[in-house]
Design a binder for this molecule. Structure first.
Ligand code: PEP
Ligand code: MG
Length: 600
């Protein structure tokens, strides 16, 4: 019988495929498809890992001191027995043969199956053997990782390359943003997690991959089983397990429709984003890695409005990139954008983007207590001046190769502004003394803390531009943790307090002749396009995949007819409804005309 699991829709579209359950601690296990001719070798890797670990257990048992407690020897026997059970290696080999999973993936898939069986046992003693099984699998995985796991295989290979392979959907209790990055261009066509909010960084990365995703689907990883056939409805926040044929057909139809819609929108790529009354609007891209510049160009973005540089610092066991490595990455992003501006944000580490293996005691401390309010973003950079200056030097040097804008996250006070500017001046002197070429940059502040929005004139005095980070501005204005699914229903971009702060920031920045853009998720949500235009916004930064749909709204907008929209929305008890009603009324209930249609 089919079951439905509800969560939060975070990345649009429909994915249909087999569930791959991955324990949160094992998402960094390589997930690679094995070529059909290499299947036997992959099974042999499993068998050889088993033999190796079995030898380790024998040696451990043999070397036990004479006075060791008898339980230790018994425990090693249990581990040996679990290791030798056909339900582990034999069944994992079936995953390799039938689904072409690599050995590590097959083992973790089989572990999920067995762990669930243990969970369902009546007998508490047997239930507790799950921990032993996990230890055995950890040993096997460690051995595989040390061995020839790094064999050249293409992690980006599409599952459908192996005729008959079905698309796969990743289901996990949680996926850290850093691990999510590993899944970019991976084999998965959809994501489901138990935890997370709409603008948690895991959701943001899923959106940047344009892969249907549902987060905060609390029970998903316990209700869905390995290999279940599932539908992920990323528009409604719904996961359907084992759908009936009629439901399946309906969703396949929707998949085809959205593919058609995408290819229709893709034709807008070269159309300039100009409103019906001739207002030019800048549509920029948010990226996580230099390579994403390509997607930004393909989407028709006219620059990068937010490069989240912290992703360069992740997945490296806490070894931070040095100046040369960062310089190289920023230069590549600049070159990829072929003369268009690239706005690079200094690291925003902390909150839901912790660094693995950090040694700073403060960082560990804050991550336990109240991460979103802790040592995050510029606060962390200022507490680690040598790291901060290293990044600033790399940024100024990259600016020698093309237009770079530096964006500082989460500033709240004058003192932080002063310290930031002192570091920048210091780095410029250092670079001048060193004789290394470096370029001029524009300097911007993110407005994502209400304190910054409420004291904007101070920021406008010191910075060339501001960029509104609505994700955090909403979080900090409404006191709602953006990554916590328990309060996700209260996370409200339509809240008048939020709209007021955004509007006043735009108005003041424009009056001061300074650049202003929005780079939070609101910029890429077409539901807000007209309202933001009505507030005076002319620069939006979003995931490359969102550029076309926002552009379509821009092309259909007439800013002269939007003048009263903000007041109308603010004067209403239901701003979202008021906005939709006002827009419908302004077009007489019909879709507004669009210049784009003439080119379609
Ligand atoms: C924001 O807060 O809106 C923003 C763009 O930054 P991030 O989502 O990375 O916190
Ligand atoms: Mg932010």
């Amino acid at each position: 019988m089919s079951i439905q699991v509800f969560g939060l829709p975070v990345s649009r579209g429909v994915a249909i495929g087999r569930a791959v359950l991955v324990a949160s601690s094992r998402v960094d296990v390589p997930h690679v498809f094995v070529d059909p001719q290499d299947i036997d070798d992959e099974v042999a890797r499993l068998v050889s890992a088993r033999d190796h670990v079995s030898g380790e257990f024998d040696a451990l048992k043999r070397d036990l001191p004479a006075d060791a407690p008898a339980e230790l020897a018994a425990l090693l026997d249990v581990h040996q027995m679990l290791l030798q059970d056909e339900a582990l290696i034999g069944a994992a080999a079936d995953w390799v043969r039938q689904r072409h999973y690599n050995a590590e993936w097959a083992l973790s898939a089989q572990l999920e199956v067995l762990a669930r069986q243990f969970d369902e046992m009546e007998d508490a003693y047997i239930r507790e053997r799950k921990a032993d099984l996990e230890q055995v699998v950890e040993r096997l995985l460690r051995h595989l990782a040390q061995g020839d796991a790094a064999r050249a295989q293409d992690p980006h290979r599409n599952p459908r390359d192996f005729g008959g392979e079905e698309p796969l959907v990743l289901v996990a209790s949680d996926i850290a943003p850093a691990d999510m990055l590993n899944f970019k261009r991976s084999v998965f066509t959809g994501f489901v997690t138990d935890v997370g909010g709409k603008t948690s960084h895991t959701a943001i990365v899923a959106r940047s991959m344009d892969i249907p995703a549902v987060v905060g689907a609390r029970q998903a990883s316990s209700l869905i089983r390995q290999d279940d056939y599932i539908i992920v409805d990323g528009d409604a926040g719904l996961v359907i397990v084992d759908p009936s044929p009629i439901v399946l057909e309906e969703y396949r139809f929707r998949q085809r429709q959205s593919e058609l819609e995408r290819s229709r929108l893709a034709r807008l790529r070269h159309t300039p984003a100009v409103t019906l009354d001739g207002e030019r609007v800048e549509l920029l891209a948010n990226i996580e890695m230099p390579e994403d510049g390509q997607a930004a160009l393909e989407a028709g973005a006219v620059g990068v409005g937010l490069f989240r540089s912290e992703f360069l610092f992740m997945n490296r066991g806490g070894n931070l990139p040095d100046e040369e490595e960062q310089y190289d990455a920023y230069r590549r992003a600049v070159e990829a954008m072929k003369g268009m501006p690239v706005t690079i944000r200094t690291v925003d580490i902390g909150a839901d983007k912790p660094l693995e293996g950090m040694t700073s005691s403060e960082l560990r401390h804050e991550s336990v207590l109240n991460p979103a309010l802790g040592l995050r973003a510029i606060r962390w950079s200022l507490s680690e001046p040598s790291m901060f200056r290293r990044q600033l030097r790399a940024l100024f040097r990259a600016a020698h190769h093309g237009p770079v804008k530096i964006l500082i996250p989460m500033l709240a006070s004058q003192r932080e502004i002063r310290q930031t500017l002192e570091n920048i001046a210091h780095v410029q002197r250092q670079l001048a003394d060193s004789g290394k070429p470096f370029g001029k940059v524009e300097l911007g502040a993110m407005i994502e803390v209400p304190a910054a929005a409420l004291t904007l004139p101070i920021f406008l005095r010191h910075f060339d531009f501001v960029s509104i980070g609505t994700n955090d501005l909403i979080q900090y204005t409404l006191a709602i943790d953006r990554a916590d699914e328990a309060v996700a229903h209260l996370y409200d971009p339509w809240h008048p307090a939020v709209l007021q702060l955004i509007a006043s920031t735009i108005t003041q920045a424009r009056a001061a002749g300074k650049g202003v853009s929005v780079c939070g998720e609101m910029a890429g949500d077409p539901a807000f396009t007209e309202l933001l235009l009505a507030m005076g916004l002319r620069s939006f930064s979003m995931h490359p995949t969102q550029v076309a749909s926002v552009k379509q709204r821009v092309l259909r907008a007439d800013t002269r007819r939007l003048t009263g929209l903000f007041d109308e929305v603010m004067g209403s008890d239901d701003p979202e409804q008021a906005c939709a009603d006002a827009l419908r009324a302004s077009t007489g209930g019909a879709p507004a005309p669009t210049r784009a249609l003439s080119i379609a």
